[in-house]
Design a protein around this ligand. Structure first.
Ligand code: ADP
Ligand code: MG
Length: 228
């Protein structure tokens, strides 16, 4: 069985008149170690789909199975724990906490389950080294460049050894060469950690460097042949 199965996901948003239908049977399967880019025009439902995979929003119909579990069958506290342990998310803007250092920001998902173990702190330091920020470990976000902040966001997303790493336009706020570095880092680190990676991106350069590209078309996901 695949480690991630999203089957016939439909999503409607209520409006004062007819509901707005965004997803109409979007399906995706992935195994550990695999990655996929999701592309499509603005407003086509990419973020909506990613949020559903990330259990931040629920589908109107259709099912998600991650590691054999349908997260939407869990109670609210069980779901929060499931998300924390299985899913790492990188957004377009880093969403780091300004008052915390690089090390503390990296540890925040682990803090949800009490004070971090020494092995957890070791893992945080190793990830910070992996993303190239060892000499910034005690710095706060305001003291970092945009690319460095996004590196911290990548380390934080991986702290709990998630099965699924999600990224919504992770390079969308960066200049071209920094965007390339962050894109390469995400893919390299996904291979090393053998997670699944789903990236929503407008960057042709980034989608071309991923193994699969899917396009959202009329609320469904359609396989694109990857020329890259
Ligand atoms: P994309 O990420 O591809 O640009 P989104 O998934 O953000 O697109 O949005 C798809 C459509 O759904 C848009 O028309 C957007 O306005 C609408 N939408 C997204 N989230 C909500 C919401 N919470 N309530 C109502 N409409 C929404
Ligand atoms: Mg979006």
């Amino acid at each position: 069985m695949k480690d991630l199965i999203a089957e016939k996901i439909c999503k409607e948003f209520p409006t004062p008149t007819d509901p707005l239908v965004v997803l109409e049977g979007a399906s995706l399967t992935l195994s550990l170690g695999e990655n996929v880019a999701i592309v499509g025009p603005s407003g086509s439902g990419k973020s909506t789909f990613l949020h559903i995979l990330g259990t931040l929003d629920n589908p109107t119909s259709g099912t998600v199975t991650l590691g054999g579990q349908d997260p939407f069958e869990l109670s609210e506290p069980e779901l929060a724990r499931f998300r924390n342990e299985n899913i790492g998310i990188v957004f377009q803007d880093h969403h780091l906490l300004p008052q915390l250092t690089v090390l503390e920001n990296t540890l925040t998902p682990a803090l949800a389950q009490g004070s971090p173990s020494s092995s957890c702190i070791e893992r945080a330091r190793a990830l910070i080294e992996r993303v190239g920020l060892t000499d910034r470990v005690d710095h706060r976000p305001a003291e970092l460049s945009g690319g460095e902040r996004q590196r911290v966001a990548v380390a934080r997303a991986l702290i709990q050894h998630p099965k699924l790493l999600l990224a919504d336009e992770p390079t969308g706020s960066l200049d071209r060469s920094t965007a390339r570095e962050i894109g390469e880092l995400l893919i390299e680190i996904q291979r090393e950690e053998q997670t699944m990676l789903v990236v929503v991106t407008h960057s042709r350069e980034l989608s071309d460097s991923m193994s699969q590209v899917m396009e959202i078309d009329s609320g469904r996901l359609v396989q694109q042949t990857n020329g890259g």
